[in-house]
Design a binder for this molecule. Structure first.
Ligand code: NOJ
Length: 756
């Protein structure tokens, strides 16, 4: 280990970084002959073949969408590399035919016959595109995410992919960052549930099943903490924040069985994650006992040179590999340099064998050794699109992802008959901007646009006028006049505005998270007609809403909802579905408040409750500290009331279980679906604690006029935090607790935790 690496290790409180010996082989379930087979193979492999097992590429002759063109290779080279054992697998190479051909070459013509692994960015669907991952977190139903991940795996494995470069489990608290939409929101607890659910969904009941995909929690680590919300930027996080906030979703994904992890592009405290031994070996291997392999992000090893961390590509390969990045994506650096690095003794052969062993073991667990051609010689996968079961699931998931923020004087739901509706905005018509980033593969199920969904719901009642009014980021000549005329002639306006799908995703950070000016102007003009306005917000992030958008009578957050966007929106607008989504990210009052998240620290000068203007307190001169719409917030068509919050005891010991009960009553006329949330905050501890932290939630259905009792349990383990020694700890003390409909409300109680 270099002196530099030692420095990192001690920064993270990790004394030693080691690589395991052959004696510490990964366990299998059940113990089997596979390990012996792997060892026998390793014994026969040349250093070049070993490096080949650690080299992954995108498809030849293809400009891979969603990635820069780097390390681009032609088909001849690709075939030759497969034949020579210089490739472990390919990613995003859609189509069965090509995969079958290459796999046959790998197993029949390469010297050792080691099968390839085919991976893909299956992020929120394959043929049937589901809501973007963050949208789906709004459902607060991890089981739903498990089902959509399962469906995606069924479709992607039918195209020969057995490995997904997902789920993204990066906590994101800065709405400027473009990739928040691919992830799990701002909260650690919620993120952990979704991370684990998606891994279970992708991997299925057993990794060797023909329709199971190896899951890859990414991007390890703290990629979502990019400074200024700027993609690829350094993440300035303390070790405590890293351990308390950014690492737990990865841990949850690994505990759920994920056997590959992707290292991130970013640096933390001067050390690029792809070459950070304290993270990749210290945390992953030594602490968490992770048995799978680590794959770099796309050319992330090569980028160590641009980071100014490695002097040249050879050094970059060495740094990344020795830190614990087992597989190199796209750069080709491992193939180019590892054999020589081993020959010179700069990289021990044992480390090379260790990485190869991990990769072969995972291939073995996927059943690739036993059945390398399985799934590759079936009917063309395109024939399997338009699966009615998955389309129904897409509609269910989409409508459960919609969050209603506002519904003044019960404007919604609209009656289907007798209402003249003007549907206005750049997203009113058509099938672009429905799916969001990572909708890469051919043969997708056709999406349903907003206009189509509304028309289908209205049927013969239809009185729908559609006007674009504005482009996404520029005015449309005559657009506002036409929109105003349509609004004047209508009873109600549905204003489909917001961000296009190109405005979020990788490398799509925004410095201003507001509505593009052209659309703001459109909203102002339409609002000036005095007609009631429902905003249908298309968005890939929390946005700062202002003026006519903020003041609209009703607001529905509709994100990018996937193939069933139009139908799902119609379901909610006309009341066939009662919106039940809750925000997985806070919506700030103004763009200048970001990064904004509810679980912030108090400071020594918190703003006094009820006196937000007090000077010498933690506050802006021009905005309060409250969110416009807080994390956890969302309303449905039936109002609910919380009361009778009772604790089983007001003192608990470290070994006790505290039971918390609350009565939730539906005071409306329709069935309610309510997400009842449990938060706690420790008043004083040896390390300061956030003002609130989510500790549990339950989604319950309540009949009109009925009440339900919701019960939570809390143990000391739920009250853990990272102590001064950087280890999880629980400290006796006083706690506040809330049972709440959002992070900024609820009924408060108090309890004391004692040692015994
Ligand atoms: C870069 C992205 O950061 C990562 O998430 C993705 O899996 C790779 N490109 C491969 O497409």
């Amino acid at each position: 280990m270099s002196v530099r690496n030692l420095g990192v290790a001690s920064l993270l409180g990790l004394a030693c970084i080691s690589f395991s010996s052959a004696a510490e082989k990964p366990p299998t379930d059940p113990p089997d002959a596979g390990l012996a087979r792997i060892e026998a193979l390793i014994a026969r492999m040349t250093p070049q073949e070993k490096a080949g097992q650690l080299s992954l590429y995108g498809p030849a002759d293809t400009n891979i969408p969603n990635n820069p063109q780097a390390g681009w290779r032609n088909g001849q080279q690709e075939t030759a590399d497969v034949r020579a054992g210089r490739i472990t697998g390919l990613f995003n190479n859609a189509g069965l035919e090509g995969k079958l051909r290459l796999q046959q070459i790998a197993v029949r013509e390469s010297r050792l016959g080691i099968p390839l692994i085919f991976g893909a960015d299956v992020i929120h669907g394959f043929r049937t595109m589901f809501p973007m991952p963050l949208a789906e977190v709004s459902s607060w139903e991890p089981a739903l995410a498990e089902r959509t991940a399962r469906a995606a795996a069924v479709e992607a494995t039918a195209d020969g992919f057995r490995w997904t470069l997902a789920p993204m489990v990066d906590i994101a608290r800065d709405a400027r960052w473009g990739r928040g939409l691919e992830g799990v929101g701002e909260d650690v607890y919620l993120a952990r549930q979704f991370a684990a659910a998606r891994v279970r969904g992708f991997q299925g009941s057993h990794l060797s099943n023909a329709d199971s995909m190896l899951a890859t929690p990414k991007h390890f680590a703290a990629y979502g903490a990019a400074e200024g919300g700027l993609d690829y930027n350094p993440s300035e996080v303390s070790e405590r924040t890293l351990r308390e906030v950014y690492l737990p979703p990865f841990r949850a994904a690994i505990d759920a069985g994920a056997l590959s992890v992707m290292s991130a592009f970013n640096e933390i405290g001067g050390i690029p994650s792809t070459a950070n031994p304290a993270l990749l070996t210290g945390v992953l291997r030594d602490e968490w006992k992770f048995k799978g392999f680590v794959v770099s992000d796309y050319t992330a090893d090569e980028e160590l040179v641009e980071h100014g961390y490695a002097a040249n590509p050879r050094e970059a390969a060495k740094q990344a590999f020795m830190a614990g990045t087992d597989v190199s994506m796209q750069s080709g650096l491992y193939m180019r340099y590892l054999p020589d690095l081993v020959a010179t003794g700069e990289v021990p052969m044992a480390r090379l064998d260790e990485a190869v062993r991990r990769v072969l073991w995972v291939k073995y667990k996927l059943g690739l050794f036993d059945n390398p051609l399985r799934g590759l010689d079936g009917p063309p996968a395109a024939a399997r699109a338009e699966n009615p079961e998955f389309i129904a699931l897409a509609r269910e998931s989409a409508r459960r992802s919609i969050v209603m923020l506002k519904n003044e004087r019960m404007l919604l739901p609209l009656p289907k008959a007798g209402t003249k509706i003007a549907l206005i905005g750049p997203f009113a018509e058509g099938t672009t901007d429905l799916l969001g980033a990572w909708s890469l593969f051919p043969g997708q199920t056709a999406p349903v646009g907003i206009d189509q969904g509304l028309r289908a719901a209205l049927g013969t009642h239809s009185s729908l006028t559609i006007v674009r009014g504005s482009n996404v980021e520029s005015p449309l000549p005559g657009g506002i006049d036409a929109a105003v005329a349509a609004a004047r002639d209508a009873d109600v306006v549905l204003l489909a505005i917001g961000e296009s799908e190109k405005m979020s995703g990788e490398a799509r950070s925004r410095s201003d998270i507001g509505m593009p000016q052209a659309q703001q102007d459109l909203a102002e003009a339409v609002a000036a007609t005095g007609k009631p306005v429902v905003v249908l917000l298309s968005n890939g992030r929390a946005m700062a809403l202002k003026g006519a958008v903020r003041n609209a009578r009703a607001i529905l957050v509709t994100w990018f909802l996937g193939v069933q966007t139009g139908n799902a929106i119609a379901d909610v607008v006309f009341g066939d579905f009662n919106p039940s989504g809750r925000l997985p990210v806070s919506f700030p009052q103004t763009a200048g408040q970001v990064p904004y998240y509810y679980a912030h620290k108090r400071t020594g000068r918190p703003t006094p409750e009820g006196a937000p203007g007090t000077l010498f307190k933690t506050r802006y001169l021009d905005a309060t500290n409250e969110a416009l719409y807080p994390f956890g917030f969302g309303i449905g068509y039936a109002p609910v009331r919380y009361d009778n919050v009772e604790l089983s005891q007001d003192r608990m010991t470290l070994s006790d279980t505290l039971r918390v009960r609350a009565t939730v009553t539906n005071t409306g006329q329709r069935e309610a679906e309510e997400v009842v949330q449990l938060y706690t905050a420790q008043r004083a501890a040896s390390v300061t604690r956030p003002v609130r932290e989510l500790k549990g939630f339950k989604k319950v259905r309540i009949a009109p006029g009925a009440s339900t009792v919701v019960e939570f349990t809390l143990t000391a383990a739920d009250l853990q935090f990272i102590g001064r020694d950087m280890k999880p700890t629980v400290e006796p003390g006083e706690f506040d607790l809330w049972v709440a409909p959002s992070a900024a409300s609820g009924i408060r109680r108090h309890f004391v935790l004692t040692r015994d």
